[in-house]
Write a protein that binds this ligand. Structure first.
Ligand SMILES: NC(=O)c1ccc[n+]([C@@H]2O[C@H](COP(=O)([O-])OP(=O)(O)OC[C@H]3O[C@@H](n4cnc5c(N)ncnc54)[C@H](OP(=O)(O)O)[C@@H]3O)[C@@H](O)[C@H]2O)c1
Length: 250
């Protein structure tokens, strides 16, 4: 039996990596899915690979006006929303002393401000029994050299999940987080640094991991499916870590 039969889902950053793998799994499990991203080409490729029923919309997750427009379009298309996965993120590593105000603002717009306003703007669309899921990161629990702003935004997002879950519980909406460790996606290593730096980071994560490997986007998607489905109806305000155990050693 399909786990999301008859449900509607919106996935931000659904044209790549974890978001795309989750969109694929949600479609397989019977959901009607909308994905977002900024890049028109990969959005169209993702839509073609997911099937004709999937709606692919260009929308910047860091701009409140675009979030409002997105929710309005989703409302017109679906009527109501059962599942919202706030997953979009981008950014490159930078030490604190080299981080510019522009980089700070761009990162926090997508990973914190955008998450806050997406929850606010989507809440009226969410059906009783709905599930909001935020993709955080294991960096929100530890020091993360060269990822200060990213990690702090993910910690803010984790905090937001707890407060939003309390504010929305009375409306029958659950809010939870999925917290990936190192996951093999196009986003990992799409950084503005030499390739050797990315390769060294990849080797270090692999060696330090108790599982001795990166996770797959599908493994994270399975966690999102659990939180999206009625299998998790008593899970509220939680953060599900999918990291092969690496954060236990950090
Ligand atoms: N991979 C990992 O190791 C890892 C670890 C911890 C947490 N995470 C988290 O997992 C999530 C997914 O990352 P991923 O690894 O799957 O990366 P990815 O393959 O690069 O996917 C990121 C997605 O976010 C979208 N995006 C970026 N900025 C956006 C914006 N301003 N507006 C709308 N969409 C935007 C991208 O689409 P466009 O480029 O078209 O905008 C893309 O679809 C992120 O929240 C990331 O922080 C990943």
């Amino acid at each position: 039996m399909q786990k999301l039969s008859g449900k509607t889902a919106l996935i931000t950053g659904g044209n790549s990596g974890i978001g795309l793998a989750t969109a694929k799994l949600f479609v397989e499990q019977g959901a009607r899915v909308t994905i977002t991203g900024r890049d028109a080409t990969s959005l169209e490729q993702a839509r073609a690979s997911l099937g004709a029923d999937v709606l692919a919309l260009r929308s910047d997750a860091g701009k409140v006006s675009e979030i409002e427009q997105l929710m309005s379009t989703v409302g017109e298309h679906f009527g109501q929303l059962d599942v919202l996965l706030l997953n979009a993120a981008a950014g490159s590593p930078a030490p604190i002393d080299l981080t510019t105000e522009e980089q700070f603002d761009a990162m926090s717009a997508i990973s914190f401000k955008g998450v806050f306003f997406a929850i606010q703007k989507a809440a009226p669309l969410m059906r009783q029994g709905g599930s909001i899921i935020v993709t955080t990161s294991i960096t929100n629990q530890v020091g993360a050299p060269n990822f200060a702003v990213y990690a702090a935004c993910k910690a803010a997002a984790r905090s937001l999940v707890q407060t939003a879950s309390l504010e929305l519980a009375g409306r029958g909406i659950r809010v939870n987080a999925i917290s990936p460790g190192p996951i093999d996606t196009p986003g990992f290593g799409r950084w503005d640094v030499p390739k050797e730096v990315v390769d060294a980071a990849r080797t270090e994560f692999t060696n330090r991991s108790p599982s001795k490997r990166f996770g797959t986007a599908h493994e994270v998607a399975e966690a999102a499916l659990y939180l999206a489905s009625d299998a998790s109806t008593y899970v509220v305000g939680a953060e599900l870590v999918i990291d092969g155990g690496i954060s236990l050693l950090m």
